[in-house]
Design a protein. Structure first.
Lengths: 283, 246
């Protein structure tokens, strides 16, 4: 794939922009502005619509009132507490799914028996709306963190397993043969050749799994109530506190955005050796 | 025989389930036997209420998904076709794409109440972006030389859009719709469990609260199976539709 030479200037890279100090900074600012133009317009339209009196403050609170609400929550420490709880659940479940998914995916591609046993379970389970199983998980694991983290892990593990398998299947035979030839044993081949070579694919799986983890953490909180951003939103909705609901949406949108962006950055850092690291990222 | 060996693990799991429940390894409250769940399912199917709830769910999911596909596809292709629209909407799509769509459940309930409207709006909003992004990426990556040669052979811009850009956007668009299909089930079930008086999700919560766990398991399995079946049927249709590709 000769993608590198295909698109020499597909995207103004930050490094290029920063070459010349002043002009570069201005251009970077302009770049951010055009990229964020839609968002700015959306927020202005929101504020204008809410102020125009077409909607009651109950249906559509103003953006400024929503921001004020977030600010107040931040001052009272409520925001940090709820965000912390939600992020903890999402990240804990995601971490479990990552370890479990990579291990299972690797075992499935190396051992026939494990592949035979898990293959139909994965292929039937992947497209299922697993969130429907939440009442059963609650029945087994009770309330609080454990069932929520388990649900997150259950939903997030599927993309990791399939991505790991696809990645390992795509590893070039020559790499494995040469490693063997130079005296690597089975374990060394797996840890030093197969998994690293499959890592770009695995990373893609993780990038799919992370937003899922956040979604499921919030959904379980909404379904079960209690602490967390999802629980706070559902409470606000029951109390007809629309500012609270919109504050939740803004918070979740911002966290989701930074999580996905952070993951894309991490990918570029970790896969610097891989040619696709220089490709423009789409999401 | 080959399929049997392939799906044997599922059968083994079912047998293990039945055995664990039968042998009393776990309480029948936590895990009703598979046969009890099957019996509860047979009873449910004869109940008119079950079909009313299933009908409500089906109506909401298909209406929301239909709107999402039509509007999302038009929007995505328009964004690839007309640059100003891309500049304007690109950042909004990018911002909202990673956002957990379930965050909208309380808002749609606030706006449209507990009935069909709020679920349809939720599914429409939640499922639109994957479709839009699929259509956008597909249309943008349509082969330049194809566009140029059809233009030079005298095709009008609209003609090129219809005969070149849309067909080449199809594979990615159809993939986006597949994501949307999976998403619609998740959104439907959760929103019905949280704010609803009808639908399969509501039925799960209702049966669970009443302690009839075997019936609850039956509905959960039904929803899971429907999601699985919808995906498989869609995949077959997709392969049919894309049979022209080599």
């Amino acid at each position: 794939m000769a993608r590198l030479s295909d698109q020499p200037s597909a995207r103004p890279d930050a490094a290029v922009l920063l070459d010349r100090p002043i002009g570069g900074a201005l251009r970077a600012a302009g770049f951010v502005f055009t990229r964020g133009l839609g968002i700015i317009i959306l927020l202005v339209v929101w504020e204008a619509l809410a102020r125009s009196g077409m909607f009651t403050a109950f249906l559509l609170p103003t953006f400024s009132a929503t921001l004020e609400r977030i600010w107040n929550d931040a001052l009272s420490g409520e925001l940090l507490g709820n965000l912390g709880v939600t992020l903890y659940r999402a990240v804990a479940g995601f971490a479990i799914a990552t370890v479990l998914g990579i291990v299972l995916g690797t075992l499935m591609s190396r051992l026939g028996v494990i592949r035979w046993f898990f293959d139909p379970i994965i292929s039937v389970g992947f497209p299922m709306p697993k969130i429907a199983f939440l009442p059963i998980v609650i029945l087994w694991l009770g309330f609080y963190d454990v069932p929520k983290i388990s649900m997150v892990a259950i939903e997030a593990v599927f993309p990791v397993v399939t991505a790991t398998m696809i990645g390992i299947q795509g590893v070039e035979r020559e790499l494995i043969w040469s490693a063997r030839n130079m005296g690597a044993n089975g374990r060394e081949v797996v840890f030093h050749v197969v998994v690293p070579a499959a890592f770009p694919q695995i990373m893609t799986g993780l990038q799919v799994a992370l937003p899922i983890a956040l979604i499921v953490a919030i959904v379980t909180e909404m379904l079960m109530g209690g602490y967390g951003v999802g629980g706070a939103m559902i409470n606000a909705s029951r109390l007809a506190d629309s500012r609270g609901v919109f504050a939740g949406i803004v918070e979740i949108a911002v966290i989701g955005f930074f999580m996905v962006k952070g993951m894309a950055l991490l990918r570029r850092r970790m896969l610097l050796w891989h040619q696709e690291a220089l490709e423009p990222t789409t999401v | 025989m080959k399929t049997f060996v392939r799906y044997l693990p599922l059968l083994l799991l079912a047998i293990a389930w039945e055995a664990t429940a039968r042998l009393g390894l776990v309480s029948s409250l936590a895990l009703p036997a598979l046969s009890a769940v099957a019996g509860a399912w047979l009873e449910l199917v004869q109940d008119k209420d079950f079909w009313l709830n299933a009908g409500a769910s089906l109506y909401r999911a298909s209406a929301g998904l239909f709107l999402a596909i039509v509007i999302g596809a038009i929007l995505g292709i328009a964004m690839a076709w007309w640059r100003p629209l891309n500049i304007l909407l690109g950042s909004i799509v990018e911002m909202f794409y990673p956002m957990p769509k379930s965050a909208l459940i309380p808002v749609t309930a606030l706006w449209l109440g507990f009935g069909d409207g709020s679920k349809i709006l939720l599914i429409f909003l939640g499922c639109m972006l994957p479709v839009t992004l699929g259509a956008f990426n597909g249309a943008r990556s349509s082969d330049r030389t194809l566009v140029w040669s059809s233009r030079s052979m005298g095709a009008s811009r609209l003609r090129v859009l219809w005969d070149v850009v849309i067909p080449s956007a199809m594979p990615e668009l159809l993939n986006g719709i597949r994501t949307a299909l999976a998403l619609s089930f998740i959104l439907l079930v959760t929103s019905e469990q949280i704010v609803s008086r009808q639908g399969l999700g509501y039925l799960i919560g209702y049966l669970g609260a009443n302690g009839s766990y075997d019936a609850m398991f039956a509905v959960v399995m039904t929803v899971a199976f429907l999601g699985f079946a919808a995906d498989r049927v869609y995949q077959i249709l997709m392969q049919r539709a894309l049979a022209w590709r080599d």
